[in-house]
Design a protein around this ligand. Structure first.
Ligand code: DSN
Length: 423
């Protein structure tokens, strides 16, 4: 049953209640390996579901366009202060609705349509909003794209420098959605300085690792940091923009009134709770365990003959190339889901296949680490993945279903915040 209980939803709208209950059970029974997902605490869930959703608060603390901000102003200030303390930046805006609007606010703050923006190409591991052609950021701005080196699978810093000096982008994004290695923020900052560009570190994937000291911080290197709050940071679905004092008013004006209306106060409260949790010593241990688990899982997959982009991982994420296994990412992901292992199919750098039917899988350990799985379980996880993928190549659903049963049995011993038991 969902935790906290939802008897009022059940009374008012049994259809929706049934779907919430089913999703809670699904999350409890699955080995969730999508690297951008997690399990938030019940405290975060409670704050997200509070009466704060009833209140409009356009503006910023002390400068609102609606009355009745006696509780909202201190709440937003708390969220801001906690983020500033955790990430060491001068200024924080906690109002962006999610990661894409946060990145869009960067464009509005620092660029004009037609200006050049430099970011990692989406199929190389970047994000749509770093100037990809299907995104407004690639349509209304002039994208300059870098990638990874074919021989190492790591960001090609020579290419970044050459392109930056040639194209002189206004903004350089570093970070992305499928980067298994440490991001060299000082090197990006040096290039941005040389090119006269604003450096934006999009740390959505690794924010929790940075907060927990398991990945170097861009603070002191990047002018602006954008992040979602719901990945490794383990908060609600939302986002933040952090920046130097110099960029503060441009960022704030871009978020409101430039792009958004009223902030989602229930989300701001839940972000504040998550930031409080992330400031605890236990979160530092959690961040270290995410990385240790990812390394152990990568080792297990390598030992079974899998090709990993860049040869392994430094963080929470592993990018697998299934070409040698003779199966594409999509059918492998489907089979793994049936086997109780939730992943997403993903392009690999220089993928010869189409994005909707690519060669790779993207996996990660934030969620299973929250459940309490440790390095000693990762060999078994790798073995299950291998067995399910091999079974998929033979169409052997019996083997796949047997794995799902074993995974349900294992996970029964690992509590999930948000699941209160079969009830
Ligand atoms: N959808 C996110 C991810 O999975 O990485 C990025 O926006």
């Amino acid at each position: 049953m969902h935790q906290p209980p939802i008897p009022h939803v059940a009374g008012t709208d049994p259809d929706i209640a049934a779907l919430i209950q089913a999703e809670s059970r699904r999350q409890f029974e699955k080995l969730r390996l999508i690297p951008s997902e997690n399990y938030v605490s019940v405290a975060v869930l409670e704050a997200s579901g509070s009466v704060l959703t009833n209140k409009y608060s356009e503006g910023y603390p002390g400068r609102r366009y609606y009355e009745g901000q006696q509780n909202i102003d201190p709440l937003e200030r708390l969220a801001i202060d906690r983020a500033r303390a955790l990430f060491g930046m001068d200024h924080v805006n906690v109002q962006p609705y999610s990661g894409s609007p946060a990145n869009l606010a960067v464009y509005l703050a620092f660029m004009h349509p037609g200006d050049a923006v430099m970011g990692m190409a989406l199929p190389m591991g970047g994000h749509l909003t770093h100037g990809w052609s299907a995104s407004v950021t690639g349509m209304w701005f002039r994208p300059v794209r870098y990638g990874v080196r074919a021989d190492t699978g790591r960001v090609d810093m020579d290419q970044v420098r050459d392109l930056a000096l040639l194209e002189r982008p206004k903004v350089i994004f570093c970070g992305g959605t499928a980067i298994p290695r440490t991001i060299d923020f000082p090197a990006f900052a040096q290039i941005a300085r040389e090119a006269g560009a604003i450096l934006v570190a999009d740390i959505a994937h690794i924010a929790g690792l940075i907060a927990g000291g398991a990945h170097p911080s861009p603070a002191g290197h990047a002018d602006v940091i954008t992040t979602t709050t719901h990945k490794t940071l383990r908060g609600p679905r939302g986002a933040m923009i952090m920046c130097t004092a110099e960029q503060a008013s441009a960022v704030d004006r871009a978020v409101f009134p430039g792009l958004q209306g009223g902030p989602h106060n229930h989300t701001t409260a839940a972000i504040a709770v998550a930031l409080h949790e992330a400031a605890q010593p236990s979160f530092r241990a959690y961040a270290r365990r995410i990385v240790a688990n990812a390394r152990a899982l990568a080792d297990g997959l390598l030992a079974r003959g899998y090709t990993l982009i860049s040869g392994g991982t430094d963080n929470h994420l592993i990018l697998m190339d299934l070409t040698a296994q003779g199966i594409a990412g999509k059918p492998a992901a489907r089979a793994l889901d049936r086997a109780g292992i939730e992943v997403n199919y993903n392009t690999i750098p220089c993928d010869p296949r189409k994005p909707f039917d690519p060669s790779g899988l993207r996996i990660g350990t934030p969620a299973i680490t929250t459940r309490g799985l440790t390095e000693r379980h990762m060999g078994q996880v790798a073995a299950w993945m291998d067995k399910a993928i091999m079974a998929a190549t033979k169409g052997d659903d019996e083997v796949i279903d047997a794995i799902a049963a074993q995974i349900r049995e294992l996970l029964a011993d690992f509590p999930m915040p948000g699941w209160g038991g079969p009830g």
